[in-house]
Ligand binder design. Structure first.
Ligand code: COA
Length: 171
């Protein structure tokens, strides 16, 4: 069951198949933002994609070399407002380029503290330290969110596919 929140309260909870209907709506909303392309394949069958998201937390069905990845949703009023992914474990690519955490917020729920709430929750409730978080050099909103958890800037990194990223760590 999805938790029904009172008074517009934002709650963060693990992704589950019970979120299927609101996940479909979330995927559609996020895909309207050209900056978000990782849901392109989800548009075809969001239920199957959600199943893969849930399974990824147990390391099931992932390509070789991928770390298990837990996903959490920020929910308000029965609507998914944001999603945050926590990679479980470490390797050189995670530690230097993509970080342990990835997130996005649906376009019509931005600048209301959703990303900040999700990141604080994951860093303080569930992530193993140290936590590496990265963002694109031009992504000022994400940088503000990362800095809000007290993450320490450790410099820039470069990757062919991801370009220049800012690397932060929470010890
Ligand atoms: C980055 C993103 C997740 C932020 O989500 P959000 O819920 O709007 O974030 P919050 O409301 O918690 O905080 C946003 C902060 O950025 C600031 N901000 C927003 N737009 C900004 C801009 N263009 N320049 C500078 N700061 C900006 C806000 O003022 C706020 O800072 P404050 O709390 O100190 O005032 C959202 O914009 C998004 O989904 N972007 C596309 C996907 C993405 O970039 N994901 C992150 C990959 S690293």
């Amino acid at each position: 069951m999805i938790r029904h929140t009172m008074n517009g309260e934002l709650v963060v909870e693990p992704a589950a198949f019970a979120h299927a209907a609101c996940y479909r709506d979330y995927i559609n909303a996020c895909s309207a933002d050209p900056a978000i392309d990782h849901y392109d394949e989800a548009l075809e069958d969001s239920d199957e994609y959600l199943l893969s998201v849930v399974n990824a937390a147990q390391g099931i069905g992932l390509p070789a070399g991928y770390l298990p990845q837990a996903t959490f949703f920020a929910i308000r009023g029965g609507q998914i407002q944001g999603a945050i992914r926590l990679r479980l474990g470490s390797n050189a690519f995670v530690d230097n380029i993509i970080g342990h955490i990835g997130y996005e917020v649906r376009p019509d729920a931005r600048n209301q503290g959703v990303a900040r709430t999700m990141l604080h929750w994951v860093v303080n409730q569930t992530a193993a330290r140290p936590v590496v978080i990265t963002c694109g050099v031009d992504n000022m909103a994400s940088r503000r969110v990362i800095e809000s958890v007290g993450a320490e800037f450790t410099g820039t990194r470069h990757d062919e596919a991801f370009g220049e990223v800012l690397r932060f760590i929470v010890r």
